[in-house]
Write a protein that binds this ligand. Sequence first.
Ligand SMILES: Cc1ncc(COP(=O)(O)O)c(C=O)c1O
Length: 400
Amino acid sequence: MVNPSKKIKNLPPYLFGAIDILKARAFSKKLDVIDLGMGNPDLPTPEPIIERLIDTVKHHPRTHRYPQAKGMPKFRRAISEWYKRRFSVKLNPENEVVALIGSKEGISNFMHAFLDPGDIVLVPSPCYPVHYNSVILAGGTPYLMPLLEENKYLPVLEDIPEKVAKKSKIMILNYPNNPTTAVIEDLNFLKEVIKFARKYNIIVLYDNAYSEITYDGYIAPSFLQIEGAKDVGVEFHSFSKTFNMAGWRVGWACGNSEILSYLAKYKSYVDYGVPTFIQLAGVKALELEKEVKETVREYERRIDIFIGKLKKVNWQIKKPKATMYLWTKIPRPYSGMPSLEFSELLIETTGIAVAPGSGFGNYGEGYIRIAMVTHYKRFHDAYLRLRKFLQKNKKGMSNE
Ligand SMILES: Cc1ncc(COP(=O)(O)O)c(C=O)c1O
């Protein structure tokens, strides 16, 4: 009999695995699926990045060899220059930057590098599922910090019991936030986080994967730009969303050199790092600005179109300041329905796939996340289908 570890058995089913099953069922019924489930960018990687990759692979065979695990110096320098330009944060490329095979990998390995059985990690709920699951996989114990709409989806630090705080090793924060789309509007919150982390000797793991996908003049901060942040924290970043490079698997962690040294040490035992040609393509990516603006403009166009259309059926969704998601309560008359059940009904009836809020944690129940990852013209189709779906119920609807 095959008997996997308790850790594996204790994991909830991976959210996007559940969505994939729903999609497969819809495909088998020959439904024309509009996939707004996973945050998987549909736009192509910008041309200059592709050209750099092709040129490098073709003309520089040394890049075919094992890479430098923590990232080649040129890559780490490019990150450090980008941080200076973008956030006015100084990073020593030698020991304050580590290349990652995507930030998902980095976050997961980070937990292994730091957690012993029973160590507590303060995890937001709802959250990007890896923030929770990686703690379980590493043998740690997540303590949920509810992100509630009435608190602007920020955790309330005073609500964390003293005895939990004392036993906590890591606090995870992620703004712009997946799935709630919340952003940091007041840097005082981050200052309070630093004080809290200092008081209880907690590492802050700040996930900034969506820092560049912002709208209406909002500019996302880096945690590291706050005084004292580097004493307590590290920031995780991804090329996936900013440069439409989700399939390339490249990201980085930066910040406190001592903390990062343990991540790098752990990783040196489990992987060989990001392929050198991908790192060099990443260096090219960090030079681009126009292409990033185009990506953001395209997401914004989709968001504006879709939100505008849904208003017509009285489904009011607040425009997000960042990310390519909409986070919305399950509309009336379905409001009491569990989000997984609603998502199932939605895809079965309309062919539209969304992510159920409960897949992001207990406090996501009652909501769904809609990813803006398909051609803008498809949102008209999606709207027509939703209108029909919602008009079946005579009471009309609203998510207020
Ligand atoms: C908050 C957050 N962090 C990290 C990631 C993963 O990024 P990567 O592709 O770099 O592993 C995602 C992907 O959706 C995300 O939403």
